[in-house]
Design a protein around this ligand. Structure first.
Ligand code: PEP
Ligand code: MG
Length: 689
């Protein structure tokens, strides 16, 4: 017996987990199979996950098909469930429960909006055989068109990318290449012709084959390329099925994205006109996805752990990107109070923007240098516009990811010389290649390590792959005459490494001399202090370096043994840990004693609370994310530095992060009541919330 009926989801919350659960319970009572279909996608009605994967909001039409005993009775009951709104008929009184979730704020701002889950469930693939030549030709044509359409979509994302993230466009470059790859493209066509099967099936087989080929390759980089293969395949399958690709770019109304995780591809696809904010289950505050999403200038909170479980599609959310709070289904009174907060925050933002071009000079006349961290040439302009007095950290590695081979000297020179010119006369601290496990370029595939964060990365890699290193150094030196460059080596763990790197630099200088090429012979050469061993011998290293920059993102990770990308330990990533503060202080003292500049370029430089403490430790130069510059400048202009130092005198007697944070917050409120009492940032010391 077969029964087919069209059913409408009329309950306000749509087909959420509880409603789907009722369907599954009902299905278990009958000796029949239930299939639910939305658009072209049909799923097994006895699986809660499959039903949820249909992502049916209020108003969706579903086709129910029941095959088996008592199909009619089963269908009547099922229809009854839909009509009774799954028992939520008292929906006028029904109010979803308010919940508060806490994550790690990455990009500030407060918004109120509707949740939109980014549905990554796979489109179901149907299999059929082709009967004649005409059908085969038609199928090949259908496949070609779907691939072309996919390429066009990718190209469209690239050209519609918001200005802020244009620099990240390269992450979409590999996808058309994968689509053109003969392992995927030619082999699918061959299969359609030879095996006489439909395009989806043939494509599925080709992809399975690719997976098989790479099955035994235990390499993170290749693993990530397989993700790219799956992502483009899903796009083609959806185009074949005529299903809207559930991408960020396809969103048509203003929403807050809720996702388990977001890839760099997702970030560059975001249309900030529609996406008001982003929430993810995974990720730490200094993960590279977090740093990248910050460029969007919309509130972003990561590491919420269970946001995708706790938030339903269409839930109303208050997202506070300043504190990391997400309020799910707030009461009307809470919404009203946050609307006031949003107004206050926007007034506050315009007030701080006014000071961004004024010098960062304290009330008692001390000049503090505020510079920007950037990753792309295109960010240099935004950095200067936001009031940066130079680039304190140019992370150069992303240029190495754009292409399959290593960039040649001319390509690097073009980029570096442009940046030098754009920022001159202000300085640019250019960091040599800092390849980490999550930043591998394709020619580095050969590196397979169990523990890449402690592996052959950064300066260690450069000292091994000298040709790559020398090419970059030549490009930097050649570009140095166009502006004010400082050269910085990352991940220095001991003196030998520094001396070795400097020796290579000298040899590159000699080769330029031989070629009669001009460069700045006096280019300052400094190091990033981000490994505890470098802190211990900072006094020795200071004798061989022209400047130090403290990289707290890695220093905290290595000092506390906390993976900076892992949300499960993100609460243990403690910038206020007394050991971290001692290390920073030790580096500052060693640098000052030797008379070299010491700056700090980790994410904490842009944190209003941390900056007070860092000033009290004697730091006078900071490099930070562009968005933090105006506020930090405003704060510095309101402070008497001497008073900050006095206020923090007792801090060395506090031995836990919690006590230190409470202490700093108290001092911050008394030093800058307008900023900290205003409650705009609503800092909560651990344990006080
Ligand atoms: C750091 O480690 O603090 C740093 C500035 O570099 P990155 O975040 O690129 O590792
Ligand atoms: Mg680092």
């Amino acid at each position: 017996m077969e029964e087919i009926r069209s059913l409408k989801v009329i309950n306000e919350l749509g087909m959420h987990a509880r409603a789907a659960g009722q369907i599954v319970e009902l299905a278990a009572k009958y000796n029949a199979n239930l299939f639910l279909k939305r658009d072209t996608r049909e799923v097994d009605g006895s699986s809660i996950l499959s039903i949820l994967s249909l992502a049916c909001p209020e108003g969706s039409e579903i086709e129910a098909r029941i095959i088996g005993e008592d199909a009619k009775e089963f269908m009547d009951k099922l229809e009854g469930l839909f009509k009774s709104e799954f028992g939520e008929t008292g929906r006028r009184q029904y109010r979803p429960k308010k919940k508060i979730i806490k994550g790690f704020p990455v990009s500030p701002g407060i918004i109120i909006g509707k949740a939109h889950h980014l549905n990554r469930s796979k489109t179901q693939v149907f299999h059929w055989r082709l009967v004649n030549r005409i059908e085969v030709d038609r199928e090949v044509d259908r496949f070609r068109k779907a691939v072309d359409m996919s390429k066009e979509q990718i190209q469209k994302f690239k050209s519609n990318m918001p200005e802020q993230v244009k620099g990240y466009a390269f992450v979409l470059d590999t996808q058309p290449m994968i689509l053109d790859d003969s392992l995927l493209y030619d082999s699918t066509i061959k299969r359609i012709r030879k095996e006489k099967i439909n395009a989806e099936w043939a494509l599925e087989k080709s992809v399975r084959n690719i997976h098989q080929l790479f099955k035994n390759v235990d390499d993170e980089y290749i693993g990530r390329r397989m993700d790219d293969v799956d992502a483009v395949t899903e796009r083609v399958v959806r185009n074949l099925a005529g299903v809207q690709v559930d991408s960020l770019a396809g969103i048509k109304e203003e929403v807050i994205i809720v996702a388990h995780s977001l890839s760099p591809c997702d970030i560059v696809e975001i249309n900030v006109e529609q996406v008001m904010g982003i929430l993810t289950d995974v990720g730490g505050r200094t993960s590279h996805m977090a740093i990248m999403s910050e460029a969007l200038e919309i509130p972003v909170i990561v590491g919420l752990e269970r946001a995708t479980d706790m938030i339903l599609d269409g839930d109303i959310l208050i997202v506070d990107g300043n504190t990391g709070d997400v309020i799910v289904n707030p009461e009307p009174e809470t919404i009203l109070s946050y609307e006031d907060e949003i107004k206050r925050y926007s007034n506050y933002k315009s007030a701080i923007d006014k000071v961004r071009h004024l010098p960062a000079e304290t009330l008692d006349g001390y000049k503090i240098k505020i510079k920007a961290n950037i990753e792309f040439l295109s960010e240099a302009k935004a950095a200067i516009e936001s009031g940066a007095e130079g680039i304190g950290l140019y992370r150069t590695e992303y240029l190495y990811l754009i292409r399959k081979d290593f960039p040649d000297e001319q390509t690097l020179f073009d980029d570096y010389s442009q940046i030098a010119r754009m920022v001159a006369p202000n300085p640019v601290t250019i960091r040599t290649l800092d390849v980490a496990s999550d930043r591998m370029a394709s020619d580095m595939e050969a590196i397979r390590e169990d523990n890449p964060a402690l592996g052959l990365r950064s300066i260690r890699y450069c000292l091994k792959e000298r040709k790559v290193f020398k090419t970059q150094l030549r490009a930097i030196l050649r570009a140095s005459i166009f502006g004010n460059f400082r050269l910085m080596f990352p991940m220095i763990s001991g003196l030998e490494e520094l001396l070795e790197a400097k020796k290579i630099l000298k040899s590159v200088m000699r080769s330029l001399d031989r070629d009669g090429i001009e460069y700045n012979r006096e280019i300052p050469v400094g190091i990033l202090i981000e490994i505890p061993s470098a802190v211990s011998i900072a006094d020795i290293l200071a004798k061989h370096a022209d400047f130090f920059s403290i990289g707290t993102n890695d220093l905290i990770q290595y000092a506390l043994a906390i993976d900076r990308d892992n949300e499960h330990v993100a609460n243990l990533y403690e910038p206020f840990h007394p050991a971290v503060l001692k290390m920073i202080h030790q580096v500052v003292k060693a640098g000052k004693k030797q008379g070299i500049d010491v700056s700090l370029c980790g994410e904490i430089a842009g944190d209003p609370l941390s900056i007070l403490l860092l000033l009290s430790l004697g730091l006078e130069e900071f490099s930070m994310n562009i968005g933090s510059i105006p506020l930090i400048k405003k704060m510095i202009r309101m402070l008497p530095l001497r008073e900050v130092e006095e206020a923090f005198e007792g801090i060395s007697h506090l031995y836990t992060s919690k006590k230190i944070e409470c202490f700093v917050l108290k001092k911050a409120k008394s030093l800058l009541p307008d900023i900290f009492e205003e409650d705009v940032f609503r800092y909560r010391a651990p344990g006080t919330s």
